[in-house]
Design a protein around this ligand. Structure first.
Ligand SMILES: Cc1cc2nc3c(=O)[nH]c(=O)nc-3n(C[C@H](O)[C@H](O)[C@H](O)COP(=O)(O)OP(=O)(O)OC[C@H]3O[C@@H](n4cnc5c(N)ncnc54)[C@H](O)[C@@H]3O)c2cc1C
Length: 451
């Protein structure tokens, strides 16, 4: 009978020769025994890493607390950097994504991230503002339904490699092994844990808890959202042809983002509200009355208020990791939101998780023994942390700009759209090939010099 690795080799049948000249198969065979790798969390980050490791024939087991693959929220937009990272991780992933993703309806808007409009009655017309795009020839508008994205990712991963209903409650390194304890009482020992367990992930504490205890818990960003997904016909009844393309309606202290998903069948809507208070709950959602929700958007264009007929009166607080001094501790490493959860104002968080996965799945195949793991993680951190942290910081600023809170821009839409167009290309145009090349070359040079 075929072993799981025979099947994986067939599934990922094109051999990849790395730029550094090390083929993954050759590298795997060089090892005395493959490292045991536990990936915690099967969100976009964990699954991207799993696909990347499979591509390089690196074994792992993925542990997920939920009973099945699941996603919170509806839509997720991906920029060109995220799509390139997908392509580099596994070209078939990118192809599958292209099959489920949705762009703008209007052909002349395929390169527009969104049209910047106003949320005031008249959508800006009464103030003489007729909308302007955030656009770039390097950007193609694409979004997906989160569950659709997880479905295509999971289709590339053999079911045997994922264990569900495994909630991690403790991660600790003792000697050269990392011990992972689950809520069901089982403890496993592995060479390394990659924590992809999201913004509240347990592995963050294992990495930062003793050295940077103040950084373990995510901080409230001062913004909460109401979210809904509605049929395109309903959105069109409200907004006519405006509903078919991504829009950002801006206002003082609030803004509404909307874009089509599910092959234009539905529209994803997020109302962002600048909080006048603080968030005191342990939970990141809070049920409110419908009247409370409507009072948050009072005075906006009635059509935008009507979107909330499709939303539960539920506030979702947006948290982020403002400070993360390191992404690893010895043989435990963080990836995705667990490392750098950001507010979603630049639609860039998932893309950063995919970039992490690209880099880590490029270096881990070169690691021959567990003592080399900290070196690999240091290189990953040196390359990924400054960029991902900048996404966290600039996203917060961007959110404030879209809510007219920047004192130099205020509600001057002309100025605002100039700034909005300048703020994103550094995320989209980043040289990922160089990141991967640098990481591999550095690892090979440093690992060889310490042998
Ligand atoms: C309103 C909103 C809109 C957004 N829009 C965009 C967008 O348009 N574009 C974009 O790029 N990003 C967007 N983001 C950000 C994006 O959703 C995240 O960056 C991305 O989902 C992070 O993926 P992840 O795999 O790191 O974490 P998650 O998706 O949170 O996955 C973590 C996984 O770990 C599991 N887990 C957690 N704890 C444990 C445990 N103890 N044991 C085992 N398993 C565990 C969870 O069940 C989950 O499956 C948005 C975020 C929000 C809140």
């Amino acid at each position: 009978m075929d072993s799981i690795w025979d099947r994986i080799r067939r599934l990922f049948s094109e051999p990849t020769k790395s730029e550094a000249g090390v083929s993954p198969d050759q590298n795997l065979n060089d090892k005395e025994a493959p490292l045991s790798i536990a990936i915690i969390g099967s969100g976009i980050g964990g699954l991207s890493l799993a696909i990347g490791l499979l591509k390089h024939n690196v074994p792992f087991t993925l542990y997920e607390s939920a009973a099945a693959f699941s996603a919170i929220g509806a839509g997720v937009g991906l920029g060109p950097n995220a799509l390139r990272a997908m392509d580099m991780i596994e070209p078939r992933l990118r192809k599958l994504y292209d099959g489920i993703s949705t762009g703008n309806t209007s052909p002349e808007k395929i390169n527009d991230m969104f049209d910047g409009m106003m949320a005031e009655p008249g959508l800006g017309e009464n103030s003489g503002w007729h909308g302007a795009p955030v656009t770039s020839p390097h950007f193609t508008r694409t979004s997906a339904h989160r569950m659709g994205l997880l479905d295509i990712m999971k289709s590339l991963i053999p079911a045997e490699m994922v264990k569900f209903s495994k909630r991690v409650v403790d991660v600790e390194q003792k000697g050269e092994k990392v011990f992972v304890t689950f809520a069901d009482g089982e403890t496993i020992q592995v060479d390394t844990v990659i924590g992809c367990d999201g913004i509240k992930g347990r592995t963050r504490k294992a990495v930062l808890g003793s050295r940077y205890p103040d950084e373990v818990h995510a901080k409230y960003s001062g913004v909460y959202v109401y979210r809904c997904l509605l049929p395109m016909e309903e959105a069109q009844k409200l907004l006519g042809p405006l509903a078919g393309d991504a829009k950002m309606f801006m206002d003082n202290g609030r803004n509404l983002a909307m874009y089509p998903v599910e092959q234009l069948k539905t529209v994803n809507v997020v109302w962002f509200i600048l909080d006048k208070g603080t968030w005191n709950s342990e939970e990141n959602t809070e049920e409110v009355s419908r009247e409370y929700m409507l009072s948050d958007v009072e005075g906006s264009d009635p059509r935008l208020i009507k979107f909330l007929d499709f939303a539960k009166p539920l506030k979702w607080a947006l948290f982020h990791h403002k400070y993360t001094s390191t992404y690893y501790s010895s043989q435990i490493c963080l990836l995705g939101d667990n490392a750098h959860a950001t507010t979603p104002h630049q639609a860039a968080g998932a893309g950063q998780a995919i970039e992490d996965a690209l880099l880590l799945s490029s270096i881990l195949p070169l690691v021959k023994k567990s003592s080399q793991l900290p070196k690999a993680f240091q290189i990953y951190e040196d390359i990924r942390r400054p960029r991902a942290q900048k996404v966290v910081d600039t996203s917060e600023e961007t959110g404030r700009i879209y809510m007219f809170q920047d004192p130099t821009i205020g509600s001057d839409m002309q100025k605002l759209m100039v700034t909005a167009n300048e703020r994103l290309p550094w995320i989209w145009l980043h040289d990922l090939e160089k990141d991967v090349r640098t990481a591999k070359e550095r690892f090979l040079a440093e690992a060889n010099s310490s042998n």
